[in-house]
Ligand binder design. Structure first.
Ligand code: HXC
Length: 258
């Protein structure tokens, strides 16, 4: 399927979705967000795809929602039109793992989009920020909630209230990103991680994503119960028998998603 604002490539069971509006540093306009929602849905539905990478350009993952497109909108338009609501829901409906490979700016909605992914691998030139305060608004697709859960209240308040940017090193220290790699190696590292995930049982991977995401929603005892039930349930799968047998027989497991 052809997109105007994205490039999508599927290889080795990995869909790589690249945001591609270089003239606006991948600012998220309605066209791009609509296409992203479609690309995510079709990656979820494509049986060849076992993991997704979301990335941008070397200079910008995404410099935020498109300010030119937003600036003349009224409250009634954005409220009644549920600005960004359906696109965010489409992202969150994806059950396959999504890795954000972030190089350059991930600001505002760009930072929020990266945080909607399951984990972030950052290039050493990455810069994260929630500068909406400078525009007279607040983050709108999860920034105040997800950044706070990721880095704690002090840093989140600092980022949102001052609008300052966080570099890759600070982001890793604060727990926003899982690893930092040289910019030139970003896609190789992301692809290596995605390929590794793609080799696992999709049943297990899906359960892990659900369980970890659950930890962001519920209290500890509910989360622990959810995890224990999933752990027990996976004993009903062939992939559990195969994974454990392969360990004992000192060979690589052959998972079949059963
Ligand atoms: C529209 C944008 C844009 C944006 C950059 N551009 N960010 N257009 N919306 N968010 C455009 C510029 O207007 C410019 O177009 C071109 O991209 C290159 O940007 P420059 O500013 O010339 O580049 P540079 O000097 O390198 O500065 C990079 C930058 C800066 C620091 C990232 O562009 C910047 O501050 N951008 C805005 C960041 C921001 O405030 N993001 C939050 C948006 S609000 P021309 O045509 O002039 O060449 C938001 C709300 C989220 O995200 C709520 C839910 C989604």
């Amino acid at each position: 399927m052809g997109y105007e604002t994205l490039n999508v490539d599927v290889s080795n069971h990995v869909a790589t979705i690249r945001l591609d509006r270089p003239e606006a540093l991948n600012a998220l306009n309605s066209k791009l967000l609509g296409e992203l929602a479609k690309a995510m849905k079709s990656s979820q539905e494509n049986e060849k795809v076992r993991c997704i990478i979301l990335t941008g350009s070397e200079k910008a993952f995404a410099a935020g929602a498109d300010i030119r497109e937003m600036h003349e909108k009224s409250f009634v338009e954005v409220f009644m039109g549920d600005l960004f609501g359906p696109e965010v829901e489409a992202m969150l409906r994806v059950r396959k793992p999504i890795i954000a490979a972030v190089s350059g700016y991930a600001l505002g909605g760009g930072c929020e989009l990266a945080m909607m992914c399951d984990f972030i691998i950052a290039a050493d030139n990455a810069k994260f920020g929630q500068p909406e305060v400078n525009l007279g608004v607040v983050a709108g697709i999860g920034g105040t909630q997800r950044l706070t859960r990721a880095v704690g209240k002090a840093k989140s308040m600092d980022m949102h209230l001052t609008g300052r940017f966080m570099d890759a090193e600070e982001a890793e220290r604060a727990g926003l990103v899982s690893r930092v790699v040289p910019a030139k190696k970003l896609m190789d590292e992301a692809m290596a991680a995605a390929t590794r995930i793609a080799e696992k049982s999709m049943i297990t991977v899906t359960a892990i994503k659900e369980a970890v995401n659950r930890s962001q929603e519920v209290g500890l005892s509910e989360g622990l119960l959810f995890e224990k039930r999933l752990f027990h349930a996976l004993f009903a799968t062939e992939d559990q028998s195969e994974g454990m047998a392969a360990f004992i027989e000192k060979r690589e497991p052959q998972f079949r998603d059963r």
